[in-house]
Design a protein around this ligand. Structure first.
Ligand code: UD1
Ligand code: CA
Length: 468
């Protein structure tokens, strides 16, 4: 909405993280902390976002990059009020409400930003601030109220006496300000004993000047949390993962054990999919409806078709069609495309390999840089020797080809449609359509007509997960 803007503070060093990575770039459920804040603000309809950067500015700027978000540098970092003062300079002159958010408080939902905006406007207040009552208030500024319950000040932990430290109501660091009042008063914030300008001092300035400050209490304290160290990071991760699992379950996904299931925020899952325990779904993964993923599956940046099962296997940056069975113990490395109805593994490794509909690689095999047609049977132990020590080469296998057990395919090599290789063949030259080759190096022994190899005595064929 016009007239609303946000200043996001992300210039601090984050010393307590003890990390070379800037604190606000530490990932949470697959996205940098800061991106969660920006996404919630955008969801709350706050289009103009200014991120104040400083420490490791280049890295943070690169991560924010583009869109409606701009960055401004605060150098040196002289405290949260100083950061807001710098951010304010970039806001449109027509801005009426300014949300200030902390780059290290990534769980604040859009609804809470909206509530602060309406509380500030409705209460005709110069500040609406978010308060919470965490189980452990240490590290936060405390809200100090008078006997009548009216807010008097926020006292930072470093400046608090024993009585103030006892108070359980804390400042989340998330606010909505009246833009005009903020512009007029931000310069009045004094230097604290620590040498910083505390944004929290604006509360006393407002109250002593007779202006209203309203407090919005966070419905759930954990969503207001600020992350200062690695254990805070882990706590936030746990909370966020719980929220993500809840959302999928509400949408009709079965998650057998949410506590052992790790789903990144951008993952999409279709209805009636079933996610078994010890499963990790990361990045931009999309799971089709009625798929069964896990137990013990790890899927990264991949698309898995409807009704496909992935059992104790790893799939990276690949596209898997519908009704495919993968695993157990297979690894699809980046760049694979698996057609519908295929069966992959026990113990199969694939890399940059395209496999047509209905093909089977049932047992331990490695195919790299290969194009495999439809209804192909790859016998146990088949290997593409795709690397000659200097370069990678491709292997092509035509539709309905039958590759016998323990075949070695020395790339570049092409097996024609319907061709066959005998057990233990070492194929060094192209095999024409329909031909059979055997031996080492493999030689032709003739041509034969045959049906699609969906069941074959050598391999057992038949049902997945139960065949010998
Ligand atoms: C701040 C609040 C505290 C509140 C807590 C909530 C102040 C003085 N204190 O304390 O009341 O309970 O957040 O989590 O505001 N930053 C800058 N520039 C600076 C200093 C900090 O951009 O000069 C940024 C940091 O990168 C961080 C955020 O502001 O994202 C908060 O800074 P931090 O040092 O973590 O403040 P807290 O001590 O947690
Ligand atoms: Ca903090």
């Amino acid at each position: 909405m016009i007239g609303r803007a946000a200043v996001v503070l992300a210039a601090g060093q984050g010393t307590r993280m003890r990390s070379r990575l800037p604190k606000v770039l530490h990932p949470l459920a697959g996205r940098p902390m800061l991106q969660h804040v920006l996404a919630s603000l955008a969801e709350a309809g706050i289009e103009q976002q200014v991120v104040v950067v400083g420490h490791d500015a280049e890295q943070v700027e690169a991560a924010v990059g583009g869109g409606a978000t701009t960055t401004v540098r605060q150098e040196p970092q002289k405290g949260t009020a100083d950061a807001v003062r710098i951010g304010l300079e970039l806001l449109d002159s027509g801005t009426q409400q300014v949300v200030v958010a902390m780059g290290d408080a990534p769980l604040v939902p859009a609804a809470v930003f909206e509530e602060l905006l309406s509380a500030q406007a409705a209460g005709d207040a110069c500040i609406a601030l978010l308060a919470s009552r965490p189980s452990d208030p240490s590290g936060y500024g405390r809200l100090v109220r008078d006997a009548g319950g009216s807010l008097q000040a926020i006292v930072e932990e470093d400046d608090a006496d024993a009585a103030v430290l006892e108070l359980g109501e804390v400042n989340a660091g998330t606010y909505c300000f009246d833009a005009g009042w903020l512009r007029a008063n931000i310069g009045a914030v004094p230097v604290s004993p620590s040498g910083e300008h505390y944004l929290t001092d604006l509360v006393e300035i407002a109250i002593s000047g007779g202006s209203r400050v309203v407090v919005v209490s966070s419905p759930r304290a954990e969503l207001a949390m600020g992350i200062n160290d690695r254990s805070g990071l882990a706590a936030a991760e746990r909370i966020l993962r719980g929220e993500i699992a809840e959302r999928h379950m509400r949408n009709g996904v079965t998650i057998v054990d949410p506590s052992s299931t790790f789903i990144d925020i951008d993952v999409q899952i279709g209805e009636d999919a079933r996610i078994e325990p010890w499963t990790v779904l990361s990045g931009a993964t999309r799971i089709g409806s009625d798929a069964v993923i896990g137990p013990q599956a790890q899927i990264l940046d991949s698309k898995i078709g409807a009704r496909t099962t992935v059992w104790s296997s790893v799939v990276e940056s690949s596209v898997v069609g519908e009704d495919v069975e993968i695993g157990p113990y297979s690894h699809l490395r980046p760049g694979c495309e698996i057609g519908p109805g295929c069966r992959i593994g026990n113990f199969t490794e694939l890399k940059k390999t395209r496999i047509g509909a209905g093909s089977q690689i049932h047992h331990f095999s490695y195919l790299g840089d290969a194009d495999v047609g439809e209804a192909v049977n790859i016998g146990a132990g088949t290997i593409t020797a795709n690397f000659d020590g200097t370069a990678k080469h491709r292997t092509t296998i035509g539709d309905r080809a039958f590759i016998g057990v323990d075949t070695m395919l020395r790339a570049p090599v092409s097996i024609g449609p319907g061709a066959r290789t005998g057990a233990g063949a070492v194929v060094t030259r192209d095999v024409p359509a329909g031909e059979t080759v055997v031996g080492m190096p493999a030689r032709r022994i003739g041509t034969r007509q045959r049906k699609a190899p969906d069941r074959n005595p050598e391999q057992g064929g038949g049902k997945p997960r139960s065949d010998a």
